[in-house]
Design a protein around this ligand. Structure first.
Ligand code: KG4
Ligand code: ZN
Length: 352
């Protein structure tokens, strides 16, 4: 089984070809970073236009790299939401056109499901597993019971983790995109230099909160004179490291609790999967690795290029869905919002 995947829900135009055995035959990502950088964030109209300008060529290139013609594909998958709707339209229309022209099944993939299943592509995991999904727009803990079966155990009550990284980078003048910039600055900083809060740490439940941490970073940056690129780089690195350590402590606290709950409810110790753009962060991965090990579980983290937005995870979600016969009609409408918990297919197909 071979599936073409298309991803256009944010600021990456991506096309990939993945097989049922989990072989990634092509995985191309075209970042729009330079187009959005002058605005300090993603501009939806620019994103949609850029996806439109590049997607056809990128799909062609992916097919050439995979050494395949469209006739040899078994399905065409595209991110159909959630995301910036103009971009999502571009990917969905491209996939539908190929599916129609070549009489192939179309697979409307939820972007978050792509992240959620990426560890099955990289690590060949069995269900169930515990998932910490941390990206620019999302921060959730889920029990992944099977394809389409996601049970939300907790989530952020305000900002997403990636958003906190991006805002911290902006506050400190570390540039855009924020996550990698903060990680890089933090590498040479002292994580104990600034006393920052650990929101929700030790609290009941499995929810997160990051807005208080962001406010604390702003205050600390003002006091230390390192707002928006001003002042001393050494102090800036210390504050970046202190912020990252606070995030690490909060994620560790919540995941330790979630692992306990998961074990008591599913009778197995994990594994703990971390996915989404923030999962590319090496410091956080190491922190979560320790937490999983202490709970008698293990951390499974896809390689960084499968953590940040990519089309291989969309093609793979397509492979999984196609294998269960879960194809979609050509009039399937793109969705700006599309919660993971709403995906459960009729009957018990997919629960593994
Ligand atoms: O999954 P993703 O590529 O796009 C969304 O679906 O949101 O995640 C992007 C987010 C951004 O907020 C970015 O700053 C964050 O992931 N990110 C990181 C790192 N690399 C990307 N955050 C922390 N450390 C990183 N190395
Ligand atoms: Zn994403």
């Amino acid at each position: 089984m071979t599936v073409l995947g298309i991803e256009t829900s944010c600021d990456e135009t991506a096309a990939a070809v993945v097989t049922g055995a989990g072989e990634i035959r092509a995985n191309l990502v075209l970042s729009q970073l330079d187009e959005h950088r002058p605005y300090g964030g993603v501009v939806p109209e620019i994103a949609a236009r850029s996806h439109l300008d590049h997607i056809d060529r990128l799909v062609e290139e992916a097919m050439r790299e995979a050494g395949l013609g469209f006739a040899e594909l078994d399905g065409i998958a595209a991110t159909a939401g959630p995301g910036l709707i103009g971009g999502v339209f571009v990917g969905v229309m491209t996939a539908k056109a190929i599916a129609l022209a070549w009489d192939k099944p179309f697979l409307a993939v939820n972007h978050l499901e792509g992240h959620a299943l990426s560890a099955r592509l990289s690590d060949k995991l069995d269900f169930p597993y515990l998932l910490l999904l941390v990206s620019g727009g999302h921060c959730q803990i889920l029990a992944v019971e099977g394809v389409g079966h996601y049970r939300r155990l907790g989530g952020t009550i305000d900002d997403a983790v990636g958003e906190a990284f991006d805002k911290t980078a902006k506050l400190l003048g570390l540039g855009y995109p924020g996550g990698p910039a903060v990680e890089q600055a933090a590498a040479s900083g002292n994580p104990a230099a600034f006393a920052l809060p650990r929101p929700m740490q030790g609290r009941p439940g499995l929810d997160f909160s990051f807005s208080g941490l962001k406010t604390a970073v702003r205050q600390a940056a003002g006091k230390a004179g390192v707002l928006e690129g001003a002042g001393d780089d050494r102090k800036r690195a210390d504050l970046a490291a202190s912020f990252q350590a606070a995030v690490g402590d909060v994620l560790a606290d919540r995941c330790a609790k979630a692992l306990d709950l998961f074990k008591s409810e599913y009778g197995t110790a994990g594994p703990l999967v971390v996915a989404g753009g923030v999962a590319a962060n090496r410091f956080l991965r190491a922190r979560l690795d320790t937490v999983a090990e202490a709970a008698g579980s293990r951390l499974a983290a896809p390689p960084p290029q499968l953590c940040t937005d990519n089309a291989a995870m969309i093609a793979w979600a397509g492979v999984e869905r196609l294998g269960l016969g879960l194809t979609d009609p050509l009039d399937f409408a793109a969705r700006p919002r599309w919660p993971l918990e709403s995906l459960a297919p009729e009957g018990k197909a997919g629960r593994g």
